[in-house]
Design a protein around this ligand. Structure first.
Ligand code: UDX
Length: 445
């Protein structure tokens, strides 16, 4: 009999996971408390910009012509509980207001609403990023709340997907890590992931705590790599060296590798910043805070990049922002996403506006989201429109369309040909040849 899968929380992670499970051939029911989101997904529309996700949904959501009909959505926890053999918890764990720690309330609520309806054996699988120790706590809670008692088991299966590549990363992850404490749990998850396993994706079984820590450690390592190269950028600036050449030379060393070694404005988004902070908070609770003090430095190097960009922009504006127009290219925290959570680009734009400049932002996908969060910034429909009359142009999110910009065309509409490349990817020589002052973080002026 085909396994039936419920996916609780249909945000970024959940919507993609649900569609991927349908692609693997399972019957899937997605559950969310937000009826608008459920209506959208049922109509085959995705509430965010994620390449390939809409196509995958339409391929499987019931009621669409030619779809497999394997994927449906609901707002009823009881329906999800009765439907699924395996229940994935995919709700978010944001940073708590005013603290570093993660807010576990959505995970707790998801379990509390599901468990009382579990009347037959089921496996509940957590995918959310949680403080180490959560799975053990949730397993006890599950056994206490589920009418089927120990027939309801818990496993932990962290998710490593990247926004912009969510579909690909979910269908073919680098590895599958499963914190499971019974053979049955392991067997069910091997069945769920049979397709990627058959394609050679490594499947690792660990205890709960190790599985939870793999995720925290992976994100910490990635953040550290970015802040490392950004720290080198600070030294390069002081010494008159070029960080882009430095990172290229480092990348030839296979032990170091070139990925996540692009210096610039640093990391943002809904994961890396809050995950390293939550990890520090949890280590503190465990009495192991000393082990992670370096992450405090990783965080501050990252935040310093934003202030340095503001400082450079001020310099380019002649020492002050009053009466100056600034064009900002990019609002999303990274390209191929409309996600603006903790976006370095918008943080810089808002700081500059606060200091008196007139700031106009353009982003290929994230303007609607940006407008809701930063209504006082001005927004344009194109890079050219944003650049009109600008005293300085800031390139802050590296969408590929910005690489194609013609320096001469942009040069004809700005007040002054001054460009700050916050992502170190534009062709400095081409911009300089067209009469621009090109400056970047970590590179000689
Ligand atoms: C990240 C992890 O990569 C993923 O495994 C985890 O599941 C969730 O968090 P994501 O937030 O989608 O994924 O973004 P990612 O591609 O990792 O980029 C994070 C940030 O780092 C972006 O702001 C990006 O611009 C920045 N970055 C990335 C750099 O500044 N330099 C780099 O070399 C790479």
């Amino acid at each position: 009999m085909t396994l039936r899968i419920s996916v609780i929380g249909t945000g970024y992670l959940g919507a993609t996971h649900a569609a991927a499970m349908a692609e693997f051939g399972f019957e899937v029911l997605g559950l969310d408390i937000d009826p608008d989101k459920i209506a959208m997904l049922t109509a085959g529309r995705v509430p965010m910009y994620e390449p390939g996700l809409s196509e995958l949904l339409l391929k499987h959501v019931a009621g669409h012509e030619g779809s497999t009909g394997r994927l449906r959505f609901t707002t009823s926890a009881r329906e999800a509980a009765e439907f699924g053999d395996v229940h994935f918890i995919c709700v978010n764990t944001p940073q708590r207001k005013g603290e570093f720690a993660a807010d576990m309330s959505y995970v707790d609520t998801a379990l509390d609403e599901l468990a009382p309806h579990l009347t037959r054996p089921a496996l509940v699988v957590g995918k959310s990023t949680v403080p180490v120790g959560s799975a053990a706590r949730l397993a006890e809670r599950l056994a206490a709340l589920a009418p089927v008692g120990e027939g309801a088991e818990l496993a932990w299966n962290p998710e490593f997907l990247r926004e912009g590549f969510a579909v690909r990363d979910t269908l073919r992850p680098d590895r599958i890590v499963v914190g499971a404490h019974s053979e049955r749990a392991e067997r069910l998850l091997r069945d769920v992931y049979a397709e990627p396993i058959a394609a050679g994706v490594p499947f690792m079984v660990t205890d709960y705590a190790t599985a939870e820590l793999v995720k925290a450690a992976a994100n910490s390592f990635l953040a550290t790599k970015i802040s490392f190269i950004n720290a080198m950028a600070e030294v390069c600036e002081a010494a008159g060296a070029d960080v882009t050449q430095l990172s290229k030379a480092l990348a030839y060393d296979e032990r170091i590798g070139g990925k996540f070694l692009n210096s610039g404005l640093g990391f943002g988004g809904g994961c890396l910043p809050k995950d390293i902070r939550a990890f520090m908070a949890r280590a503190g609770e465990l009495g192991a805070d000393q082990a992670l003090t370096f992450l405090r430095e990783v965080d501050s190097i990252n935040m310093r990049r934003r202030s340095r960009m503001v400082e450079l922009a001020r310099e380019q504006c002649g020492g002050g922002f009053l009466g100056r127009r600034v064009a900002v290219l990019g609002a999303a925290f990274k390209p191929n996403s409309d996600d603006i959570r903790d976006s370095p680009a918008l943080n810089v734009a808002a700081q500059i506006q606060l200091q008196g400049a007139q700031v106009t932002v353009y982003d290929p996908k994230a303007v609607d989201n940006a407008r809701k969060m930063f209504p006082s910034l001005a927004y344009a429909h194109s890079a050219l429109e944003a650049a009109e009359g600008a005293h300085v142009v800031l390139h802050l999110t590296e969408w590929s369309e910005f690489r194609e910009l013609d320096p001469a065309v942009l040069g004809a509409v700005v007040a002054e040909r001054r460009l700050l490349d916050g992502r170190n990817v534009l062709d400095a020589e081409a911009w300089r040849a067209a009469g621009w002052t090109y400056r970047a973080l970590g590179r000689p002026s």
